[in-house]
Structure formats: C-alpha cells, structure tokens
Ligand binder design. Structure first.
Ligand code: CMP
Length: 145
C-alpha cells in the first residue's frame, strides 16, 4: 500500500545528495519532506535508542553527529521495503557483492559508515519521521550552523 518511510543520508554520504536523490526519483518515490541538519549526541542516542548496549553504539552515535545529515520523507508503494532495497545490505562490503548499484555499495565505506539509513517498519518510520519533522523536533536546519 502507498505509504511513507523515513530515509537518512549519513555524514559520509551527504556530499552525494544529488546522486542519491536522482536514484530516489528514478525508483518511483515522491519526496514529501527533506531536512539537512546536524545531530547533537543526545539526539543521536535517542534516535538510535534501540541499539543502546550494542558494541557499535558509541561509534554509531558519534559518527552520526560528525557532520551534516539529510532526513527524507519518502512516499511510494511498499515504501519501507522499497527504500531498504535501494540502500542495500547494512554492511557495505556485502552490499558491493549482493547489490552493487545500491546506495551503500556506491557511497558507503564500512561498519557504521554505511551512507544511508532506512526505517525497518511502518511504526519506526512514523517515529523517525516525527523525530525529524514534527513541530517538536530538536533538529534545526543547517542555516543555523
Ligand atoms: P542504520 O540503518 O542506520 O541502523 C543502525 C546502524 O548501526 C546501521 O545502519 C549501521 O550504521 C550500524 N550497524 C549495524 N550493525 C552493525 C555492525 N554489526 N557493526 C557496525 N555497525 C553496525
């Protein structure tokens, strides 16, 4: 069914925003909202709260705060799966073998530096969309940085 997902371009890939948005459009998504911003560490710890306690948590949250990021509301049929297919497997080395045209294969590096994020289900998509785009969001446009 037609619906929304949340996508994020991470600090290692925001300089590739044009190519990533071109891929988003070619794959039939409509962009409903977009925000270029930076997270503070408390924002990152909240956004990635489900990963608290995992060995990569500190590296992940520090990395996500290291430079600009871009949040996207992406609208399409089966949007959650469609965006996860376009970004490719979590591990970039796997992505380069299994999905060589995916965003993570093309623009990611390794480990936490995997270019893009995608919500894993409609519920988390709504939570993550609210985190970025609701009136109560902490995240400011890059104009303030
Ligand atoms: P993302 O889609 O943003 O969701 C959680 C992130 O944690 C993931 O992309 C990676 O950046 C990171 N991550 C998940 N699993 C691992 C792992 N095994 N090693 C390092 N980083 C990981």
């Amino acid at each position: 069914q037609r619906g929304k997902t949340f996508g994020m371009i991470k600090p290692d890939a925001y300089t590739h925003i044009g190519k990533i948005i071109t891929a988003i459009e070619k794959n039939g998504f409509v962009i409903g909202n977009l925000k270029m911003t930076r997270m503070q560490i408390a924002d990152a710890q909240q956004f990635y709260g489900e990963h608290k306690g995992k060995p990569f948590f500190d590296e992940l949250t520090q990395f996500i705060c290291s430079d600009f990021i871009v949040g996207l509301e992406l609208i399409a049929d089966n949007s959650v799966k469609k965006w996860r297919d376009l970004i490719g497997p979590t591990k970039c080395q796997v992505a380069r073998v299994e999905a060589p045209n995916s965003m993570r294969a093309l623009y990611g590096t390794e480990g936490v530096r995997n270019a893009c994020h995608g919500s894993d289900a409609p519920g988390s998509a709504q939570r993550e969309l609210d985190f970025f785009f609701s009136d109560k969001s902490n995240l400011k446009s890059t104009a303030v940085f």
